[in-house]
Design a protein around this ligand. Structure first.
Ligand code: HEM
Ligand code: HEM
Ligand code: HEM
Length: 407
């Protein structure tokens, strides 16, 4: 028992490590590193969402200020749009209150000698969120200079700027910074950006004095990864293994009595407990998210939890093998069990889609499904070979006895 729980803990930890739990501390791309070199910027990090990258240098000035030099890069692959980076002097790293530098790409600006790009500073307020036009503003309470918004090729754009931050308002060991990408503009005003998971996760509190920009404010994404990994291991791996066992080891082609039963309930119970932990984390996350709700994923999740709880009732409500209505119980238990596996697989891919976390998640689970599928397929083939050989042997035996009787 203790060795199987060690194995499960090991699986959970290595999976978390493999999918890179929070995506923090990834090195910058070579392209971005080159662009930094051209501007003598020395430190950088890949931001956790929207493929954005961030480089900086700082030095403490006189008069309690810090001079910050930043390079922000992101993909903008539409004919018009904007990329933004900003700092928030408030309590939290969030949109409202951000003093932003926004690069606007608007084909209307293009002339024969200049590209369709402009860059300004903007004060993002509560009114912006509720739809008021966001106009350039110089009144930010900090000094921003040397702003450049540039097309670096392959739809990659950068914003370079120098900021003088008053130290009483901005602490560079706990700097709230925010970034965003939008795909519509009106003259020099950025228009509303999408609000999916990646867009609303585009904030963090960063320590600019640490070598790789250690950051906090990502507990939510950590919990999401834990929710995903526990779901994949509990619902998506243990339960299917638990179904393969009675299918092939109860009567045919192998009869391992009572081992199959203990393994079946062992796998289903641990899968159910791990899956329930994931389900609760999912509900807590869903309940506390202010911006979005994932109806289908949640409804499928509730269905999965309900069906598997019904299956677990077998512990108390399973009729004895000799009872008349045992065959009906078997039918419903099989039917619900296979139905459950189908919804689980669909919901795992739905969850991976929501997480927007890249191919690692998808391919990890496809890998698990291929392994389980290959084992089930091999056992199925073996079952059929054994069955056909048995039939053939019986026929052969019958023919032989008939011949002997006719002699
Ligand atoms: C252009 C006008 C903009 C509009 C209309 C707008 C609207 C919104 C809306 C509706 C949300 C979803 C949250 C909610 O429903 O309360 C949101 C979230 C967010 N926006 Fe904007 N936004 C705009 C510009 C910006 C800019 C320029 C930035 C970055 C500098 C930004 C960064 C964020 C971030 C990080 C979030 C996540 C939630 C938060 O921190 O509050 N937005 N925005
Ligand atoms: C979420 C939990 C569970 C699921 C998804 C599940 C699923 C299944 C499935 C699909 C089968 C049929 C496999 C086959 O032969 O093709 C099966 C068989 C069986 N399960 Fe479960 N099961 C669960 C929990 C339990 C529990 C808790 C018990 C008992 C305490 C149990 C007892 C049995 C028995 C006795 C059989 C053999 C039925 C027969 O004679 O045909 N199961 N289970
Ligand atoms: C069959 C397994 C799964 C079940 C039963 C399940 C269940 C849930 C539930 C009930 C919620 C709350 C939804 C809401 O109220 O809005 C949720 C949210 C979520 N799930 Fe799953 N989930 C499963 C698998 C996964 C997987 C594999 C991933 C990703 C790899 C994932 C990613 C997410 C995300 C990103 C959220 C949103 C969290 C937030 O609001 O911040 N889920 N899940």
């Amino acid at each position: 028992m203790s060795s199987s729980s060690t194995l499960i803990t090991y699986m959970i930890l290595s999976f978390l490590f493999f999918v890179n739990i929070d995506g923090n501390n990834q090195p910058c791309s070579d392209k971005f590193a080159k662009l930094m070199e051209q501007r003598n910027i020395t430190v950088c990090k890949r931001l956790r969402t929207q493929g954005a990258e961030f480089g900086w240098n700082y030095h403490n000035g006189t008069n309690s200020t810090t001079t910050l030099e930043i390079l922000f890069g992101a993909i903008l692959d539409t004919s018009q749009g904007w990329i933004a980076w900003g700092v928030n002097p408030g309590e939290r790293a969030e949109m409202i209150g951000t003093k932003a530098i926004i690069g606007i790409k608007n084909p209307d600006f293009a002339t024969t000698s200049s590209p369709p790009l402009r860059v300004h500073t903007y004060d993002v307020t509560k009114e912006t969120k509720s739809g008021c036009t966001l106009l350039p503003s110089k009144n930010l309470g900090l000094n921003v200079s040397h702003m450049v918004f540039q097309d670096e090729g392959s739809s990659f754009y950068t914003i370079y700027a120098r900021l003088v931050l008053p130290s009483d308002e901005y602490n560079i060991t706990r700097l709230n910074h925010v970034w965003q990408i939008g795909h519509a503009v009106s003259d020099e005003s950025p228009l509303r950006h999408p609000t999916n998971l990646h867009n609303v996760d585009s904030t963090e509190t960063i320590d600019l004095t640490s070598p790789r920009g250690r950051s906090t404010g990502q507990f939510r994404s950590f919990l999401r990864s834990v929710h995903g990994v526990l779901s994949i291991i509990g619902w998506g791996t243990m339960l299917p293994i638990g179904v393969i066992i009675p299918r092939y080891f109860r009567v045919y082609p192998f009869k391992r009595e009572p081992l199959w039963f203990y393994l079946h309930i062992g796998c289903q119970l641990s899968g159910f407990l791990i899956g329930t932990a994931a389900f609760v984390i999912g509900l807590v996350l869903g309940h506390s998210s202010r911006y979005y709700i994932f109806h289908t994923h949640r409804d499928f999740g509730i269905l999965i939890f309900t069906f598997s709880t019904i299956q677990m009732l077998a512990f108390r409500l399973k009729p004895k093998a000799t009872d008349d209505y045992r065959k009906y119980w078997n039918m419903y238990h099989h039917f619900l069990g296979y139905g459950l596996l189908t919804i689980i697989i669909i919901n795992i891919f739905k969850g991976i889609g929501i997480l927007n976390g890249g191919d690692k998640w998808k391919w990890s689970y496809i890998g698990i499904l291929i392994c389980l599928g290959a084992i089930a397929f091999a056992l199925e083939i073996f079952t059929w070979i054994k069955f056909i050989m048995g039939k053939w042997r019986d026929n052969h035996h019958d023919k032989k006895t008939n011949l002997q009787q006719n002699k």
